[in-house]
Ligand binder design. Structure first.
Ligand code: NAD
Length: 271
């Protein structure tokens, strides 16, 4: 089988650069090109050089249409508005869309779900094996414990992160809500400030810390009157997310249209 052609949108970002390096190092795929937002300093530079690799003879462009038409898959760790534009183009061309972008609102999610009726879309707030396993464990623990156990999700990330709670924290909170059989959005308490009143039973609380270069720490606390369980994951290198994204792209090759998640890719969604 020929190498899979993978494009990176937002290729000069923290994840974009990591993704380019990962594609270059992985078997069975090659870099099809890269895009950046209009006005980025990376526009017109060689895609390989932007990532600290050898020159590839392909320059970074600000219009994703040609890249998405030509590539077999697109890796997208950008911003929600851009991801929705990419989703429309991927749907039009049947290009697999691997989405890591977080901070989406319901309109963004709806647009992506629509695109997933026309092409394979793999969307995950976190692409690490460890976190996706922790999501499954969180669901099971929440299903086992009764509502006398309060659930709180605490996350810490680097000082440049723009959205809170993190996409991963929300994945974990949603898994806890599913396990407990409650509606997540109606029960989520996304940060507390001032006279908040007592904690309501069955809510799922979130707290976000920001600082330094922390790649991503998450702890789900299950707290009863007498004992606590804490499930913790710490990411130490963002290359692990890039490895997950490239694995997902290879998995998505020739896959039927659908809205997939990392548990599907890793094969433990129904474990
Ligand atoms: P970043 O700001 O370093 O990179 C984002 C890049 O997207 C920037 O270079 C920006 O210029 C570019 N961009 C913005 N608009 C664009 C457009 N219209 N077209 C092309 N490029 C555009 O941020 P980051 O730390 O790399 O994170 C990016 C996203 O990925 C965030 O939402 C973050 O939360 C998420 N993330 C997800 C995972 C995961 O495993 N799912 C892991 C890490 C980060």
């Amino acid at each position: 089988m020929s190498d899979m052609k993978i494009g990176v949108v937002g290729c000069a970002g923290r994840m974009g650069i990591t993704l380019l390096k990962q594609i270059a190092a992985a078997e069975g795929c090659l870099i099809a090109g890269g895009t950046e937002r209009a006005g980025s300093e990376a526009i017109g530079r060689d895609v390989g050089v932007v990532a600290g690799l050898d020159a590839l003879g392909i320059v970074v462009v600000d219009d994703p249409a040609a890249l998405i038409a030509e590539a077999d898959a697109i890796l997208d760790f950008t911003i929600p508005d851009a991801t929705v534009v990419h989703a429309g183009l991927c749907a039009q061309h049947g290009t697999a869309h691997i989405i890591g972008t977080t901070g989406m609102d319901p309109e963004h999610h709806a647009a992506i779900a629509e695109a997933a009726t026309k092409t394979a879309v793999m969307q995950a707030g976190n692409m690490s094996v460890g976190v996706n396993l922790m999501v499954e464990i969180t669901r099971r623990v929440a299903a086992t414990l009764d509502a006398n156990w309060d659930v709180e999700v605490v996350e810490m990330h680097h000082r440049h992160k723009v959205d809170a709670p993190s996409g991963t924290a929300l994945m974990l909170g949603r898994a806890a809500a599913e396990g407990r059989g409650i509606d997540h959005d109606k029960n989520a308490v996304r940060g507390r400030d001032g006279i908040t009143g007592e904690r309501k039973k069955s809510t799922i609380g979130y707290a976000s810390l920001r600082g330094g270069n922390v790649v991503g720490d998450h702890t789900v606390h299950f707290v009863s009157d007498n004992e606590r369980i804490e499930l913790t994951h710490k990411a130490s290198d963002r290359a692990l997310f890039a490895r997950g994204a490239v694995t997902a792209a290879l998995w998505a090759r020739d896959r039927a249209p659908g809205h997939y998640n990392m548990a599907d890719v890793l094969g433990f969604g129904d474990a």
